[in-house]
Design a protein around this ligand. Structure first.
Ligand code: GLC
Length: 478
């Protein structure tokens, strides 16, 4: 099958969040399946173009029409020996050579431009994919464009739209079509939602298939509590809307070779391996070096919906227990201040690192005993998977992808992967941590067996890639 993946970010070129990880790993996994040919199309951000890291070739240029304007598009392709996975970049310095990636007043225009340019590139180069797979609001206009302006080029091609984060829908005023897109006035109703232009709504109604990144989140999104206004739109798609839980790149996140670790290990020698990393972590962060204390960790943006409120609420009580708390991440100032003051008061016990440092993050995943993820909602979540891959037992709020990936530990059967709590409540969170600490301190052998069991699971993209293939086939058949 020929698959084209269009997205606003993708590692290793550039990533700001989980979307970037998916756009690295999913195309790779799809291209490894027989008979697939995968193209990835990304903006040629200045940060990629001038990084000096990537060898690309210029394929030519053309102009795309945005309402009354014509904008330059340069086409570049990554030089690679992988014949089944090609990466194309859309160049336009005015739109993409900026210090940041998102957050500009003209973001709507930038990504509408990108979506048109990506389709034009495919048409111009004769790529003729069977399926075009687009992601989040930035590329949410693609399915509508395929059915209108580009209908002549993509008559046989199906579109799949994946929601990674429904909070950002791509909203603009009602003149957006007239000012920027330049589609026929008959598209106005498709683009309109709540008296705004809403890119994501347009994708939900026009894509051949819509999905999100876990089964539970697909259910949740049909309720107003989670859907930021789009519940009715999503449920109206019936079986054409589904959930596929993400994987992780098992090579990138690999305790046998990830950068930043003090010792490499696998499930067979986890006990010694994790202990060496724990000591290194405690030393590096200035915590009391203590083999026996439970180290609880979080690697997270310090944002409200990640559940940082719950953590702050229980922090004092938590630190009365025999634990060490390690946090890495940056975010909202009120959390940064609160957590820093915590470290000030409990210097031997709490280490708050207001930074983003992937190698330190790996050491934390390897050296910690338990991983805390109390997110208010979580489409999929990748860090609980990374934690388990490193033998760090997750304690999570049972929502979205956390519910699908962290089966609760059952003491009587000795099954499950971690500890969960059901309602978004700080005391319930503390209750789940206490259950974890109970096992850690009172039945340490069983704790270690649980961690080893977590390490042995398959979190790879193999199964999700097969499920995306089934979704693409379903779109093509129907
Ligand atoms: C978004 C979601 C996260 C998900 C990721 C990749 O960042 O918030 O839960 O894992 O996308 O799909």
């Amino acid at each position: 099958m020929k698959i084209a993946i269009i997205a606003s970010e993708g590692a290793p070129f550039l990533k700001t969040g989980g979307l970037g990880d998916v756009i690295q790993a999913l195309p790779q996994a799809l291209s490894e399946l027989p008979k697939n040919e995968v193209s990835v199309i990304l903006p040629y951000y200045g940060k990629i173009k001038y990084s000096g890291k990537w060898d690309t070739e210029f394929l030519g240029s053309f102009k795309v029409q945005l309402a009354w304007r014509r904008e330059y598009v340069g086409m570049f392709r990554l030089k690679t020996r992988r014949k089944k996975l090609q990466v194309y970049f859309i160049d336009n310095e005015r739109y993409f050579n900026r210090p940041g990636i998102y957050g500009y007043d003209d973001d709507g225009e930038r990504f509408a431009f990108f979506s048109k340019a990506a389709l034009s590139l495919m048409a111009g180069l004769g790529l003729q994919p069977d399926v075009v797979h687009c992601h989040d609001w930035q590329t949410a206009l693609v399915p509508l464009l395929m059915k209108t302006e580009f209908a002549g080029d993509f008559g046989q091609t199906k579109s799949v739209f994946t929601i990674h984060n429904i909070e950002y829908q791509g909203k603009a005023n009602l003149h957006f079509n007239y000012d920027v897109l330049g589609l026929d006035g008959s598209c106005d109703e498709i683009l309109r939602f709540d008296d705004c232009t809403n890119f994501m709504k347009a994708a939900i109604v026009t894509a051949d298939r819509v999905n999100t990144v876990s089964e539970t989140y697909a259910q949740e999104l049909q309720y107003p509590y989670y859907a930021h206004g789009l519940a009715g739109m999503l449920s109206s798609r019936g079986p054409a809307f589904s959930g596929i839980t993400n994987g992780i790149d098992m090579e990138l996140f690999n305790p046998e070779k990830s950068a930043g670790l003090a010792a490499f290990y696998n499930a067979g020698n986890m006990r010694e391996g994790k202990l060496a990393n724990k000591r290194a972590l405690q030393q590096r962060l200035g915590l009391a070096v203590d083999d026996d204390v439970a180290v609880l960790a979080m690697v997270s943006r310090l944002a409200g919906h990640k559940g940082i409120d719950l953590l702050c609420y229980i922090a004092e009580r938590l630190l009365q227990r025999r634990v060490q708390l390690v946090i890495i991440g940056t975010g909202e100032q009120k959390y940064e201040w609160f957590l820093s003051s915590l470290q000030h008061r409990y210097p031997q016990q709490a280490s708050i690192n207001l930074c983003f440092d992937p190698e330190l993050a790996n050491l934390v995943y390897a050296g910690a005993d338990a991983y805390l993820m109390p997110s208010m909602s979580e489409p999929c979540g990748l860090s609980q998977l990374i934690a388990m891959r490193f033998g760090t037992v997750p304690v999570v709020h049972a929502v979205g992808g956390l519910n699908d990936t962290v089966e609760p530990y059952d003491e009587t059967q000795n099954t499950g992967r971690g500890f969960t709590f059901q309602s978004y409540n700080a005391d319930d969170f503390l209750g789940a941590i206490d259950r974890a600490l109970g096992l850690y301190y009172d039945a340490h052998e069983r704790w270690l067996a649980l961690a080893e069991h977590d390490m042995r699971q398959d979190y790879s993209w193999k199964i999700p890639a097969q499920r995306y293939m089934a979704l693409y086939k379903d779109a093509l058949e129907g």
